[in-house]
Design a protein around this ligand. Structure first.
Ligand code: CAA
Length: 698
């Protein structure tokens, strides 16, 4: 019988029975190992180990999880004792056996605490992992030394480099946990303590296990990393630390500590942690948390790539979908695309084969908009033409039930103008998906002047249901992402006109961390799309705007639209991709026609110009309140535009450069083109006040 309860501090308590003690960690929501938790656990250990009648100690977590890691909020601030590595050592060196009871998740520092205990009992549903790599770090409290001692170097390295959550059964098989059982954490802790006392549960110190060196495997992994992730810092440091695990533990821990501190000092760590919190911050706003409308039946207008992708995303989330098209053959094509998308989801393990038929049976097709009378939410993904959108929304207004949300997936058009054709503008919203819509995680939730608060909340609820990152945006041409894209993509064209080659621009930005440079992206998306837009906008283009489409227009006039036609900026020959020699001729002819003497650009100059353009327009998007905070812009770029996650987003990256330096760059570039390059007022104010974009997130 447990007979004494003692609060060590606000987050740690002890219960003492005749011959064992339970230490409970209770730091909601995820029991992060904050300073308070570390202090409490250290004091609890000191208390228990000082009592000679306590013969076993069981540590468990209250609430939904064991410890989900170090407290990430503390990173980047001055470290405060007690430090996790020493605490884990203290637990390990205890002469009283200590066991950990793991439920929910045991991640990062949480798993490292468990590795320091003398036995680990998992509760069904548990997931274990060392996800520090996703934060630009490595497991820094013994994880790189103790994991190989339990599971060997290859399995430990795989866990550390992937950061994946290992399911409980696999963890048991690997030897990461000693037992797997069911029950409430506290009950399991009592039983486990009794089992230790009765000799039914064996205990041992992880640091006393030796690791067989495996340099051949480590060399192979490092070579692969050099080929694929040379630009990232922490993966290489993980290999270095795991390599040291075959040394005596104190030496290995020293190598780990040094490597951890090196990672901690990098901008990559700061960028990745900004991304971790940013992903959550975008929906941590009152508008997202209000009461939402019920949504079960979705109507989708348009069975093209976008409409089919949106339909797939909705079906995968368990929603039922009615797809509307204008002709049976289009409807059939839409259904085929959706079926293929779902088959792809099965292949990628996102959908089980058993559920495939059931999910597909939730898809219904229609050629009559009148069939939308019972849907809860409509997403219009028709042709990007205001007249067509207005016609559709007029019809929707007539047929949809009261309270139905009427959304447009337009990428650029004015939602206020669309809403104005209905008698219920409060029900109208923009839901801007990114292609392929069943894969890309971003959803821009475009709030028009009259959109009702519960419709905005419904947009966020839908994003959550679809497992997407919903970001609130205001109405303007292109909202947050495409407005900024329209601006900075001109820089890539100007660089080519002025002397760089398309492949040089692409390579510089790929080295910066983009998966693909802008010309490769253009080839993939289809160069005809931009060509059509340029032609559509030709009449409204300001005379002062320096035209950026000369080269791209000429490429398109040859019928070269990129990958789908076999050539664009590049020539595509099976897996072989090479710069298109004809494009070089077009570029040279265009320069001659425009009287441009080409100059040379270094890789840094290319990146600086491109990023400065992106940042400038991002700042104007903030000034115009199209994005509420810098973090909203950052997440749009991480989840919709392939911006390198370790850079945190354009405005996080802007803080690394600093407002003053950015102004200096813009003023220099403006000497050649003072219409395109203008210093945003907000940037001037920030430089004057010594402010950072991070300050505007608070
Ligand atoms: N530190 C601080 N806060 C954390 C946190 C952590 N380690 N993990 C989660 N949180 C916060 C989240 O920011 C969120 O806060 P808000 O509600 O204010 O937005 C809240 O806890 C709930 O988190 P989620 O919304 O993510 O909840 P979920 O149920 O979807 O996921 C989870 C839970 C799987 C634990 C997920 O939060 C997660 O993956 N957390 C990070 C785990 C991690 O990376 N651990 C390693 C930390 S680094 C380390 O430990 C270094 C070392 O070696 C010493």
């Amino acid at each position: 019988m447990v007979d004494k309860k003692n609060d060590i501090n606000q987050v740690v308590s002890i219960e003492v029975a005749d011959d064992y003690a339970l230490i409970c960690l209770n730091n909601p929501p995820v029991n992060a190992a904050s300073q308070l938790l570390r202090q409490g656990l250290q004091d609890a250990m000191a208390f228990c180990t000082a009592q000679s009648d306590i013969k076993a100690i069981a540590i468990y977590g209250a609430g939904r999880t064991f410890v989900a890691g170090a407290d990430i909020k503390e990173f980047g601030k001055p470290p405060q004792a007690p430090f996790l590595p020493e605490l884990v050592n203290t637990i390990e060196q205890s002469s009283t056996p200590v066991i950990s009871i793991l439920h929910g998740t045991a991640l990062g520092g949480g798993l490292e605490i468990a590795l320091g205990t003398h036995a680990r009992v998992g509760i069904k549903g548990l997931r274990l992992g060392l996800p520090e790599i996703h934060l630009g770090l490595l497991p820094g409290a013994g994880g790189t030394q103790r994991t190989p001692r339990l599971v060997g170097i290859p399995a430990a390295l795989e866990m550390i480099l992937s950061g994946r959550h290992v399911p409980a059964a696999e963890a048991l098989e690997l030897g990461l946990i000693d037992q797997l059982c069911e029950g409430e954490a506290r009950d399991v802790a009592i039983n486990a303590a009794k089992d230790v006392l009765a000799g039914r549960l064996k205990t041992r110190r992880t640091d006393q296990i030796t690791v067989k060196p495996n340099h051949a495997h480590l060399d192979e992994v490092e070579a692969k990393l050099m080929a694929t992730q040379a630009h990232l810092f922490s993966p290489h440091k993980c290999v270095e630390a795991v390599r040291a695990s075959s040394l005596p533990i104190n030496e290995g821990l020293k190598v780990e500590r040094h490597a951890f501190m090196e990672c901690m000092d990098t901008p990559q760590r700061a960028g990745l942690i900004h991304a971790f919190f940013g992903e959550r911050a975008v929906s941590n706003i009152p508008e997202a948390k209000g009461a939402a409308r019920e949504i079960a039946k979705i109507g989708i207008i348009g069975g093209g790539t976008m409409g089919s992708g949106i339909a797939t995303a909705c079906l995968l989330a368990g929603l039922s979908v009615k797809l509307l098209e204008t002709a049976q053959e289009n409807l059939d094509r839409g259904r085929t695309t959706i079926t293929k998308n779902l088959e792809g989801a099965v292949k990628r393990g996102k959908l089980s084969q058993d559920k495939f038929d059931m999910v597909l049976s939730n898809l219904d097709g229609s050629l009559e908009i009148s069939n939308f009378s019972d849907v809860d939410l409509v997403i219009e993904a028709a042709f990007e033409d205001m007249a067509i959108k207005k016609e559709i929304f007029t019809k929707l207004d007539a047929v949809c039930k009261k309270g139905a949300v009427l959304a447009s997936n337009t990428s650029y058009l004015d939602i206020n103008e669309i809403a104005a054709v209905t008698k219920r503008p409060e029900d109208v919203i923009g839901l801007h998906f990114f292609s392929p819509a069943h894969v890309m995680k971003l959803l821009e939730i475009v709030v028009a002047d009259k959109t009702a608060p519960d419709v905005v909340a419904t947009g966020f609820a839908l994003a959550k249901k679809l497992r997407k990152i919903g970001v609130k945006a205001g109405v303007c041409d292109g909202f947050i992402g495409n407005r900024i894209l329209s601006y900075y993509s001109k820089t890539a064209s100007y660089l080519v006109l002025e002397g760089a080659s398309p492949e040089q621009v692409d390579q510089a930005l790929e080295r910066f961390g983009f998966a693909m440079g802008p010309h490769k992206v253009g080839d993939l998306a289809g160069l005809d799309i931009g060509w059509m837009t340029r032609k559509r906008k030709a009449a409204t283009r300001s005379k002062q705007d320096r035209y950026a489409g000369d080269v791209a227009d000429k490429i398109c006039e040859n019928g070269w639209f990129g990958r789908k036609t076999g050539q664009g900026y590049y020539v595509y020959d099976g897996s072989d991709i090479r710069p298109n020699p004809e494009v070089r001729t077009i570029i040279e002819a265009t320069r001659t026609k425009l009287g441009i003497t080409p100059k040379s650009f270094t890789e840094n100059e290319i990146v600086d110009r491109y990023m400065t353009a992106m940042i400038s327009e991002a700042v104007r998007v903030l000034e115009d309140k199209i994005a509420a905070r810098p973090v909203d812009v950052d997440m749009v770029f991480l989840f919709g535009y392939g911006f390198p996650r370790h850079r945190g987003g354009p405005l996080h990256y802007a803080d690394e450069i600093g407002a003053e330096k950015l102004i200096e760059r813009i003023e220099t570039y403006a000497k050649d083109d003072d219409h395109y390059w203008k210093v945003p007022n907000l940037l001037r104010d920030m430089a004057a006040q010594g402010k950072k974009f991070a300050d505007l997130n608070r």
